[in-house]
Design a protein around this ligand. Structure first.
Ligand SMILES: Cc1cc2nc3c(=O)[nH]c(=O)nc-3n(C[C@H](O)[C@H](O)[C@H](O)COP(=O)(O)OP(=O)(O)OC[C@H]3O[C@@H](n4cnc5c(N)ncnc54)[C@H](O)[C@@H]3O)c2cc1C
Length: 412
């Protein structure tokens, strides 16, 4: 069976690696020309995503991934703060967590290595359709079409393949603009180092302004203590921060600014929302070249709305079907689990115990459930942030945070 995968991001490469390992004929077409020259910060992989990956890649790739990952169990509990930096509470104990954070670049490079020469870079797909024999076909902007037994769209949020199948977009803006950057712990002053500590956290203020801090340290908190296998881009204790604002003409205009200017414009925006100056140090000390802006897109949280097409020989997975804002840290894991599940179903076809469209149908049923689950979690935070942007929500946030901060002080 010949499978063509459109998109060599996390889900497409994971599928390509698994298909190759099981002996399928596979080709992954990716428009980027270099897998390492990609955007992104860290990706969280929970135990389900890691176990899916184990079935897709060789053990030595998995070992290198774990040696490059930062273990959540070695981190302090997450913290919640208000805009003045006062502690409001903690998340659950992470001691039992099997999740890891890994640089997106590292994960993508390892998966690309697993796909090997079946990955074709610099290939931009312009559409999909059927060839003269009724087989699915992929069309390119600058090369001859390629036919296959199955085409899988793993081409992300603005998927050409899923749009073809659904007859229109599969997601829409979630109402939040995100801004991210990378700040080394050692670049912070002693006061903020002491307040933030080696943990992740979230600060929310009135009017939908929020600042997420993700702490990772693939060296000090390595998931697998094997420095000789480590290939993380992050080489010391680091905060990956994500600022969030409700979409508006003012926040939208920031998206067009170059990195250096973006950081300063972002600081001004937080100051206008009366955030305490010390809480903004993590943004002010960020590497200016690491700062980027992006729009959150989300598919429907209802399983029945996802992949709204009859099963056939063209399908899709990951963000192409269930575009998920990063607020639950589960989008990449869901794409990897899609890939593992599709591989299992295709293996039944190869073994002669199922026909292709039935296998795709069963895969799509599971993907709808999985996509709905992660979207529901991710949208909870999005809705909470957006709720603080109403007059009532802003007043409630302003009134309740001092009380929560006082209660947190009493508890400690
Ligand atoms: C640049 C970038 C940075 C990201 N950073 C983060 C992050 O820091 N943290 C986080 O949690 N999530 C991040 N994400 C999202 C996360 O990677 C996805 O949610 C998750 O991996 C789902 O995987 P996916 O394979 O469905 O989509 P993606 O990983 O987005 O992969 C889609 C791939 O398809 C390719 N593609 C798109 N259209 C075409 C086309 N027409 N022809 C050929 N190729 C095409 C894209 O170049 C991309 O490589 C990022 C995504 C991108 C694209």
């Amino acid at each position: 069976m010949r499978v063509v995968v459109v998109g060599g991001g996390i889900g497409g490469l994971a599928l390509g690696a698994g298909l190759r390992r099981r002996g399928f004929e596979v080709a992954v077409f990716e428009r980027d020309t270099d897998v390492a020259a990609t955007g992104g910060y860290h990706i969280t992989l929970d135990e389900r995503a890691q176990s899916a990956l184990q079935g897709l890649v060789e053990p030595q790739i998995m070992q290198r991934l774990l040696a490059s990952g930062s273990a959540l169990r070695l981190r302090e509990r997450d913290a919640f703060w208000d805009r003045r930096g006062r502690l409001l509470g903690h998340g659950p104990d992470l001691g039992d967590s099997g999740s890891i954070d890994v640089d997106r670049v590292t994960l993508r490079m390892l998966l690309a290595e697993a796909v090997g020469e079946d990955l074709h870079l610099g290939c931009s797909v312009s559409g999909v359709g059927l060839d003269d024999h009724g087989a699915p076909q992929v069309l390119f902007t600058d090369r001859a079409p390629v036919s296959a037994d199955l085409v899988v769209g793993a081409d992300g949020t603005h998927s050409v393949v899923a749009r073809h199948l659904a007859g229109g977009p599969t997601n829409s803006p979630a109402g939040i603009i995100g801004f991210s950057g990378r700040t080394l712990l050692r670049d912070l002053g002693p006061g903020e180092r002491q307040r933030l500590r080696p943990r992740s956290g979230l600060a929310v203020g009135p009017r939908g302004a929020a600042l997420y801090l993700g702490f990772l340290d693939p060296v000090g908190n390595a998931a697998l203590d094997a420095p000789e296998l480590r290939m993380s881009v992050t080489t010391g204790p680091t905060y990956i921060w994500g600022a969030m604002f409700p979409e508006s003409a003012a926040t939208d205009s920031l998206r067009d600014l170059p990195c250096g200017e973006l950081r300063d414009a972002l600081l001004s925006r937080f100051r206008a929302h009366h955030w305490a100056e010390h809480t903004l140090e993590v943004i002010a000390r960020a590497d200016p070249d690491s700062v980027a802006a992006f729009r959150f897109n989300a598919a429907s949280t209802r399983a029945a709305d996802l992949a709204p097409w009859p099963a056939g020989r063209i399908t899709a997975l990951g963000d192409a079907v269930h575009a998920t804002p990063p607020t639950a840290g589960m989008g990449a894991g869901a794409a990897i689990r899609d890939a593992a599940d599709l591989l299992e179903h295709l293996s039944t076809v190869a073994a002669g115990t199922a026909v292709l469209t039935d296998a795709v149908d069963r895969f799509e049923t599971g993907m709808r459930r999985r996509g709905s689950e992660v979207l529901t979690l991710a949208m909870k935070t999005v809705r909470w942030i957006l709720a603080t942007d109403t007059t009532l929500g802003a007043a409630a946030t302003a009134a309740s945070t001092p009380i929560l901060a006082a209660a947190a002080r009493l508890r400690h």
